[in-house]
Design a protein around this ligand. Structure first.
Ligand SMILES: CC(=O)SCCNC(=O)CCNC(=O)[C@H](O)C(C)(C)COP(=O)(O)OP(=O)(O)OC[C@H]1O[C@@H](n2cnc3c(N)ncnc32)[C@H](O)[C@@H]1OP(=O)(O)O
Length: 207
């Protein structure tokens, strides 16, 4: 059994611990910078880690924070976690640091970048390209040939039709239906999806 370290003792980490336990991993290190946190699912939480510790996943749901931790800590040995009850085509590529939850389907030649979360029951069809630090929430439906830019969060139950390009660091609201390309930094809600705000370069243009 291989030893896995998780950074971030969140609800998301609980799901990852259970995926690890149902595969070939044992979570031997759980790290969080909140000194008040003591344990999660009976695993002790530490506030420090040793540089030699190997095989990490950043177990934080927020895409921006996950990216900051990867940049700050430079933990090099990442792995990926794939729930045994997910269905992935043999031509799918999942990069390091990414996690795939129960019930997920990913079809032919789709690519998932580094440090992504593909959450419970999401469906990603053929030839999609999901860039790094993306979170695809539970029950999202993504048709063929869709591109999702770095850091974007697709909200729970959203659907995206075929061939769409969603930009970087966008937020797609829960239940939205995306039928047109989405520019970088946009927040889109509703059916059909409409832009309600935009943050380009970290500035919310609506404020
Ligand atoms: C395992 C897990 O837990 S995974 C986590 C899954 N989480 C999600 O999917 C969360 C997705 N988040 C959302 O849908 C949020 O509502 C967001 C990000 C789209 C918007 O949040 P905020 O920026 O706080 O916007 P706010 O709540 O102020 O709403 C702004 C307007 O958009 C509307 N709106 C917000 N979300 C939605 C939505 N999903 N669909 C339709 N309209 C919406 C609001 O009604 C409001 O309209 P109004 O101005 O006419 O009153």
């Amino acid at each position: 059994m291989k030893e896995l370290y998780l950074f971030g003792a969140s609800g998301h980490a609980k799901v990852l611990i259970e995926i690890a336990e149902s595969t070939n991993w044992k979570v031997t290190g759980l790290v969080d910078d909140n000194a008040d946190l003591k344990s999660l699912l009976n695993i002790q939480i530490h506030n420090k880690f040793k540089a030699k510790d190997k095989y990490w996943i950043i177990s934080i749901g927020n895409n921006t924070i996950r990216k900051k931790i990867v940049e700050q800590f430079g933990l090099k040995e990442y792995t990926k976690l794939i729930h045994p009850k997910s269905s992935l085509s043999s031509s799918v590529n999942i990069d390091i640091g990414s996690v795939v939850m129960a019930g997920v389907s990913i079809n032919s030649e789709s690519k998932i970048g580094k440090h992504c979360i593909i959450n419970t029951n999401a469906s990603i069809d053929h030839d999609c390209k999901i860039e790094e630090f993306v979170h695809i929430s539970p029950n999202v439906g993504i048709a063929g040939n869709v591109k999702i830019g770095e850091g974007t969060h697709i909200g729970i139950g959203a659907n995206i039709i075929q061939g769409i390009k969603v930009g970087k660091w966008c937020t797609i609201g829960a239940g939205a239906v995306i039928i047109r390309d989405v520019p970088d930094g946009a927040t889109v809600v509703g059916n059909p999806g409409k832009i309600i705000k935009s943050t380009i370069g970290g500035v919310d243009e609506n404020k």
